[in-house]
Design a binder for this molecule. Structure first.
Ligand code: F6P
Length: 323
């Protein structure tokens, strides 16, 4: 193998740049030619593929977003689109691909690899932490710290006004940002897509707190919870507890931006380095993860399909600590 390509795809995540830098510099160290594909699979279809040098990735380790840009590509989901994409790699002699992204991006990579026998290595790049086979994904630590920072600020104003705040964090299908940021900010309740919510219990607890004048309360809701986000939860609460001064705050895309934390930079650097080692060893169609601080390889289809179970003990603890 002498030429490879790297791309970022799907929702961006802080630390993607650190991962790109690591892939490019490790590849160059081993004498490979490394290409960067712009805007994920869209750029592959449209032939926006650029040769990378060491200087192409200078001064990016600390930057959020992705210098390669990202997109969700419709054309790639047709056989013709994928053929065109593959031909654009083939004409340059590219023999391996590193995909930095989440499950949708891995699905695209897997299609390419099975249809054209191209080795694909996945790096888990998503703030959602919803890929199987790794303890953490690139971007999660930064996103969750951004959420914690924001919720701490919300707590200040909640405290000043004796208010209940219902805060929505990202996670359409995964509740890890809600779970971690909720525990770290002392939330009364955390609503996530993976666990059933007993709204009557929540209302009962809030009304009991109202009676004993514990009026500053935070509820953290993942955008994909069973009610459909913080505004919907607030409707129910306001209806049942009309005297409670309730506000909603939706944190939104701020959670995807910003300078990556040290944890994310190191995670991304280690994973990028191992992606190249993988390709050189002849591995294909695996995700490079880190489990118990050790590099772990998981077949892409398993990384996409399987889900880690949320630890019930964490949810039990939330209730106890909020009492
Ligand atoms: O996959 C990361 C993520 O930020 C999810 O948490 C969120 O639901 C989704 O992307 C939002 O995607 P978009 O930026 O396309 O609206």
């Amino acid at each position: 193998i002498s030429k490879i390509a790297v791309l970022t795809s799907g929702g961006d995540a802080p630390g993607m740049n650190a991962a790109i830098r690591s892939v490019v510099r490790t590849g160059l160290y081993y004498g490979l030619e490394v290409y960067g594909v712009i805007r994920g699979f869209s750029g592959m279809v449209e032939d926006d593929i650029r040769l990378m040098e060491s200087t192409s990735v200078a001064n990016i380790i600390q930057r959020g977003g992705t210098i390669l840009k990202s997109a969700r590509c419709k054309a790639f989901f047709t056989p013709e689109g994928r053929e065109q994409a593959y031909n654009n790699l083939k004409k340059r002699g590219i023999e391996g691909l590193v995909v930095i992204g989440g499950d949708g991006s891995f699905t695209g990579g897997l299609k390419l690899s099975t249809e054209f026998d191209l080795p694909v290595i996945g790096l888990p790049g998503t703030i959602d932490k919803d890929l199987y086979g790794t303890d953490f994904t690139i971007g999660f630590d930064t996103a969750v710290n951004t959420a914690v920072d924001a919720i701490d600020k919300i707590r200040d104003t909640a405290d000043a006004h004796d208010r209940l705040f219902i805060v929505e964090v990202m996670g359409r299908h995964a509740g890890y940002i809600a779970l971690y940021s909720g525990i770290a900010t002392g939330a009364e309740n955390i609503l996530i897509p993976e666990a059933e919510t007993n709204i009557d219990d929540i209302i009962a607890a809030l009304s009991e707190k109202e009676k004993r004048k514990k009026l500053v309360n935070l509820i953290v809701v993942a955008e994909g919870d069973e009610f459909g986000g913080a505004s919907e939860v607030a409707k129910v609460v306001k209806e049942k507890l009309p005297n409670m001064d309730t506000r909603v705050s939706i944190l939104g895309h701020m959670q995807r931006g910003g300078s990556p934390t040290c944890v994310d930079r190191i995670l991304a650097s280690r994973m990028g380095f191992h992606a190249i080692e993988c390709l050189l060893q002849g591995r294909k169609n695996v995700m490079v993860g880190i489990k118990d601080d050790k590099i772990a390889y998981t077949p892409l289809e398993i990384a996409i399909r399987e889900k880690d179970k949320i630890n019930d003990e964490w949810l039990r603890m939330v209730k106890i600590l909020a009492s």
